[in-house]
Design a binder for this molecule. Structure first.
Ligand code: CAA
Length: 391
């Protein structure tokens, strides 16, 4: 693995940092308080090419690699995770799956609009009773010959109220279990699609999270992705890449909280010197910095493996597990470094602490990442060690 970034990768990181610090930072506290969706900010992100970064230019995307994507995700996530989750879902869970498994007609019709950010996509797997246990789909897609009849409810859907296209997992043949699940492309304006109220959340408060109800929605057969019964594998393979995006989001939260803690500890004085000079504070900074580097290496390794066309499911699970746990732990510590100021919104660090929590939950909880990693260990399918992977 090359630990040096290319000029292009560094330019993407710089553009994302500039945008986050100079555009997203303005109003981020107010949007978090009021839950107002960042409409203008998402439009600007689309114009900058952040919503379809890795899609081929043939379909309107940026044609960039996964390393560039995680560098941009980290910078945006230092400031506004309601924006970076939109970027992660649109890139990893929607565009990637369509580009990898959609047919040419589906790519021309949907991917071209999603890659430019003209349209937004949603990934509709979770249900009221199927979160971690994702094979237990209750949503049904009954085969009616030339179309499927879709019925069911999806929960906690990012971009739920703003998306034009939903990728919906549904059970067509219950007897086949997960091999009877299909993924269907559903347009949000179709008859029978209804959107629940926006969720009032602990973190990423201005992101657009809703339940979506499907009632006798007619989905043309041509909108099924890949072959009959591939829908669950489609979801799993897509989530492998999604987990890299969320790991990068967690990394950004951690990095943002760390940068705030370092700056504050050098300014704030107590007992006659900056608090950074007190060992109880400097030890926290050292721990934050060390775990930050460890997270970054895991995230970048998963991204690198994906770019090399090597297996990355396990590396993605490890990156998400480690980065999410570290983001939670160290954003709490960053609040502690700030003392009373850390507890008020103006200092930004309490928002990062609240945002960190969701990275331990969505796109597979930390418990599910451990389950995935442990199964790979026990099957003897742990991905190759770092040095072997570079040969
Ligand atoms: N790639 C390809 N296939 C995979 C796979 C992968 N990474 N993981 C599993 N599969 C396949 C298995 O091979 C198996 O197929 P076969 O029987 O044909 O071999 C099938 O999928 C079922 O797998 P398991 O037998 O392992 O199923 P399980 O029920 O024991 O466990 C699970 C599955 C890994 C726990 C899975 O349910 C899971 O990942 N759960 C978490 C769900 C999740 O991440 N949800 C996120 C929601 S989306 C979201 O959060 C988006 C957002 O808004 C931000």
């Amino acid at each position: 693995m090359n630990l040096y970034y290319t000029e292009e990768q560094l330019a993407v990181k710089e553009a994302a940092r500039d945008f986050a610090q100079n555009v997203l930072k303005n109003g981020v506290i107010e949007r978090d308080t009021t839950m107002e969706y960042p409409t203008d900010e998402i439009k600007q992100m689309a114009e900058m090419g952040f919503l379809g970064m890795m899609v081929s230019p043939d379909y309107g995307g940026g044609g960039m690699d996964t390393i560039s994507y995680v560098l941009a995700m980290e910078e945006l996530s230092k400031i506004d995770n309601s924006c970076s989750v939109v970027m992660s879902v649109n890139n990893s869970l929607v565009c990637w799956g369509l580009e990898e498994y959609g047919n040419e007609q589906q790519k021309q019709k949907y991917l071209t609009k999603l890659a430019t950010g003209e349209w937004l996509g949603a990934f509709c797997l979770s249900e009221p009773e199927a979160g971690s246990d994702a094979t237990s789909q209750r949503t049904t897609a009954v085969d009616m010959g030339d179309h499927y009849l879709l019925n069911g409810t999806k929960n906690w859907i990012t971009n739920g109220g703003k998306s034009n296209v939903h990728l919906v997992m549904a059970q067509t043949d219950a007897e086949k279990g997960h091999r009877g699940i299909n993924t269907l492309i559903v347009e949000s304006h179709w008859d029978g699609v209804s959107i629940g109220a926006k969720e009032d959340k602990l973190g990423i408060r201005s992101s657009d999270t809703h339940s979506i109800m499907y009632s006798d929605v007619k989905v043309p057969k041509e909108n099924r992705i890949h072959e009959d019964g591939f829908g669950f594998k489609f979801a799993m393979k897509t989530l492998d890449g999604g987990r890299i995006g969320i790991a990068a989001q967690a990394l950004g939260i951690h990095a943002g909280a760390y940068e705030l803690a370092v700056a504050y500890s050098k300014e704030r004085e107590a007992f006659g010197k900056p608090i950074s000079q007190h060992q109880s504070v400097s030890n926290k900074l050292a721990n934050m910095a060390t775990d930050l580097e460890a997270s970054r290496l895991l995230v970048h390794r998963a991204a690198w493996l994906k770019d090399q066309g090597k297996p990355y499911a396990n590396a993605a699970a490890m990156a998400k597990l480690y980065a999410a746990e570290a983001a939670m732990k160290h954003s709490v510590e960053a609040v502690q470094v700030h003392g009373g100021y850390g507890f008020v919104k103006e200092y930004h660090v309490e928002r990062l602490m609240r945002d960190a929590k969701i990275t331990q939950i969505y796109e597979g909880t930390s418990e599910i990442q451990r389950l995935v990693i442990a199964r790979n260990i026990l099957k003897g399918q742990l991905h190759e060690p770092l040095l072997a992977a570079s040969t």
